[in-house]
Design a protein around this ligand. Sequence first.
Ligand code: NAD
Ligand code: USQ
Length: 391
Amino acid sequence: MKVLILGGDGFCGWPTALHLSAQGHEVKIVDNLSRRNIDNELECESLTPIKPMGERLKAWEEVSGKNIDFYNFNVAKNYQRMLDLINEWQPHAVVHFAEQRAAPYSMKSSTHKRYTVDNNLNATNNLLAAVVESGLDIHIVHLGTMGVYGYGTAGVKIPEGYLSVKVEAENGELLENEILYPPNPGSIYHLTKTQDQLLFMYYNKNDAVRVTDLHQGIVWGTQTQETKLDERLINRFDYDGDYGTVLNRFLMQAAVNYPLTVHGTGGQTRAFIHIQDTVRCIQIALENPPKSKDRVHIYNQVTETHRVRELAQMIADRTGVSIDYLDNPRNEADENDLHVKNDQFLKLGLNPTTLSQGLLEEVTEIAERYSYRCNEKLIPCRSYWNSNKVT
Ligand code: NAD
Ligand code: USQ
C-alpha cells in the first residue's frame, strides 16, 4: 500500500512511518517541522536527542534498506502543494497526525488559541478538500482523541464514537437514532478535535470520503521495535510543562528525583496506550478500511485507564520519589471515573501492551539515560486555563 503520512516527524508519526515501512508499505512523509520550531519558542528540547530528518531517513535506509521520501511544507497553508503530491503519487491512504496536539500549549494565550484552531482545522479541511479534488478513492486515517468525549460520566461506558438515542416522533412513538457522542472538549486543542469530527462526517456524507477516526488516549513510552534499531532513529520524549504528557513526565521526574507534579487531587482518570500499540493500531486501521458507502469508522484507541494519583503512587513506591499535590492549572473535574469500550481493535487482533513493570523499566531507562539533558526549570506547567490564575 502507498501511505502518505502527514506529521511524520512527530512523536506518533515518526514511529508509525518506520513501522509501516518495515511492514513493506511504501511511505512518504510530509511535515513542516513546526513541532521542532515550537521547541525553539519554548526554549526546550526532547529529552532524547532526536536527529534532523535527513539523518533519520539515512539511518533508516542503512538499517532496513528501505527508502522514505520527505516533503517539508505546511498542510494547513499550502493546499496546492498537497494536492499536487496526492495527484502525482496517488496514495492509497493518508494518515493525518499534522496538528498542534498539546492542550496546555493551546491555552497559553490568545495567539496560541488562534494558532491551534487555524492550524488544526485548516490542516484537516485541506486534506479532505484535496482528496475530493483529486477524484481518488483515498482512505484517510486521522488521529483524534479520547478528549472529544469529556472523560465520561459516572457509570457510563463510552461507546466507540456513536451513541444510540431514542427520539420522540410527532406521533409520540420513540424512534431509534444514532448520533455522534455529544462532544465535550476540555481545552482549545480538544475543541479542534471535536470540530474535525464534523468535517469528517460532512465530507463522508457529501463526497463519500472514506475516513477512520481514531480516538486515542494518552500515549506513553518512547521506543518501538523500529526506533530501537539505531540511536539515530530514536523517538522524541517530551517532558516540559506544555508538551510532556503525564505518565512520561512522572517517569522522567522520578529519574531526576523531582517531586511528581500531580494536579489537584490527582483524581482525574484518563485512558492510556503504549506507543508500540499506537503504531500497531494504525496498521490495523489501514488494513481494515471502511467500504465505499460506510459512515466514518470510529475506534477508541486505548488499552487501559488509570487515575493520575494512582500512577504517581505506583511510581513513587517503585522509585522512592516524593509526590507534590499542586493547584491544578487546568479547568477540569478533580475526580472522574472513565470506562471505555475498545472492542473493535481487540477483535481485529490488537494484543495490548499493559503498563507492566518490565515496560515501565524500559521507559525509566530512557529517562535515566538522557536525564543529563533535562532542564528542571521547564518541568512546571505554566499554562493556565483561566486568566485569573495567570502569575
Ligand atoms: P507531535 O506534535 O509530536 O507531532 C505532530 C507533527 O505534525 C509534528 O512533527 C509537527 O511538526 C507536524 N505538523 C503540525 N502541524 C502541521 C502542519 N500544518 N503542516 C505540516 N506538519 C504539521 O504530536 P504527536 O504526539 O505525534 O500527535 C500526533 C497526533 O496524534 C495529533 O493529532 C494528536 O492530536 C494525536 N494524539 C496524540 C496523543 C499523545 O499522547 N501524543 C494522544 C492522543 C492523540
Ligand atoms: N497532569 C498532572 N500532572 C502533570 C501533567 C498532567 O496531574 O504533570 C494531569 C492533567 O491535569 C490531566 C491529565 O494529567 O488531568 C492528563 O494530562 P496530559 O497532559 O497527560 O494529557 P492531555 O492534556 O489530555 O493531552 C494528551 C495529549 C493529547 C491527546 C490527549 C489524549 O497531549 O494530544 O489528545 O492526551 S486524552 O487525554 O485521552 O484526551
